[in-house]
Design a protein around this ligand. Structure first.
Ligand code: SF4
Length: 388
């Protein structure tokens, strides 16, 4: 279930296991990519055209997974640029209006009691579907200065309603342990900050980053939660499982936030394989995000009905806690999008249709003592004509 993927023969095993070697040797040119997949002239010119607008890079580890994705393209479509990114007629650069919801550098505040804090624009691999694609603009460096961080920390410490801080970016785990520890120490010293969450894709794209040393440091700052992003079953490797086990053994609850991506994971079978594999490596499938109307990502967007159909084909057909919530993120918060299970509401209660289309009537309240109802008469599964 979690295959060991052989590294390229010409790379020293010690280097391959070293996350800093992986970062330093990230692939960001056509020539380097050609060591992992066949790059024909058309793809080469598409990449060169696209990289003038958006940066790209891929860890050697993640690129190496592409040798198994010839049929599905499940890995390469996520990280190899194509010129479709340049021809999106409807997308906008900041669909969640994050810039307008930023009371301090890097901070995004939409909900009353929690914030997301972007502390970097750097990631191990730059996903072509990234919500913050604006951070990938070629030739532009984000401002993640020390002064900005201090202002953000001051804002958090002076805003007592903030009880939950999500460290995100970019990927916070691309920073060295000591740098991260400094941030965690300062955050957890603030009385009203009850929990810290980290959003990181390294368990999928750079599992070597999850070292025993990192886990020993992180577990000093509980309650600490981590949400990651696996989008395709080919990402579920022995290395990814080892990374997730280390985090779980450090007591860090793990959740997964997939993005629904056309031609990658937009069918129930692929999603079922993904969520079942995640649970088997102790990661709870948490969200499936509807792809935003985001500049440069039109080719990834699916109709909302496709996502609802996926949930319909998971609920009841696999372990309950393997079923994520399908959500649309908006500038005013997330909205869950669910299949419709309620068939009818009337004075007697509600009739639901279950995962196999079988109906169930449930009263809204227990019968008053002394009424003629017996439990079997009002709480029966039925499929009869409901208008009777
Ligand atoms: S890891 Fe997350 S933040 Fe980084 S490029 Fe991918 S989606 Fe964007």
């Amino acid at each position: 279930m979690f295959p060991q993927i052989d590294k390229p023969e010409n790379i020293n095993p010690k280097d391959w296991e070293d996350w800093q070697w992986q970062v330093k040797n990230s692939i960001s040119s056509v020539e380097e990519l050609a060591d992992y997949i066949e790059v024909d002239q058309k793809l080469a010119s598409e990449i060169e055209e696209t990289e003038a607008k958006y940066r790209w890079k891929i860890t050697p580890y993640f690129a190496n997974l592409m040798k198994r994705d010839k049929d599905s393209g499940g890995i390469r479509k996520q990280v190899v640029p194509t010129n479709r990114e340049l021809h999106d007629p409807v997308g906008v650069i900041d669909p969640l209006d994050e810039e307008k919801h930023s009371p301090a550098p890097g901070i995004i505040k939409v909900y009353p009691d929690r914030i997301a804090w972007c502390i970097s624009d750097n990631c191990a691999a730059l996903c072509r579907h990234c919500l913050r694609k604006r951070f990938m603009t070629a030739g532009e460096e984000g401002d993640f200065s020390r002064e900005g961080r201090q202002q953000a920390l001051e804002y958090i410490s002076q805003t007592p309603e903030i009880r939950d801080v999500l460290l995100t970016g970019g990927d916070p785990l691309l920073y060295p342990d000591s740098w991260l520890e400094d941030i965690l120490k300062q955050l957890t010293a603030i009385d009203h900050v009850e929990i810290v969450r980290i959003g990181s894709r390294v368990p999928s794209t750079l599992p070597q980053r999850i070292t025993p040393g990192l886990c020993t440091m992180l577990k000093k700052y509980h309650p600490l939660w981590l949400n990651t992003q696996f989008n395709h079953p080919l990402e579920l490797t022995a290395a990814a499982r080892k990374a997730c086990s280390r985090l779980a053994e450090a007591g860090i609850p793990l959740g997964n936030q997939s993005v629904l991506l056309k031609g990658i994971n937009d069918d129930p079978e692929t999603m079922k394989e993904l969520v079942q594999g995640l649970v088997a490596m102790r990661v709870r499938p948490y969200y499936i995000y509807q792809c935003q109307i985001l500049e440069g990502t039109e080719h990834f967007r699916t109709p909302i009905e496709d996502g609802i159909n996926i949930i319909y084909n998971l609920r009841g057909f696999t372990t309950g806690f393997s079923v994520p919530t399908y959500v649309l993120d908006t500038p005013v918060g997330k909205v869950p999008m669910n299949p419709e299970y309620v068939k009818l509401r009337d004075k007697e209660g509600v009739v639901f249709s279950n995962f196999l289309g079988k109906d169930w009537r449930e009263p809204n309240a227990a019968p008053k003592p002394g009424t003629k109802y017996e439990i079997d008469s009002w709480r029966l599964p039925f499929n009869e004509d409901l208008t009777d």
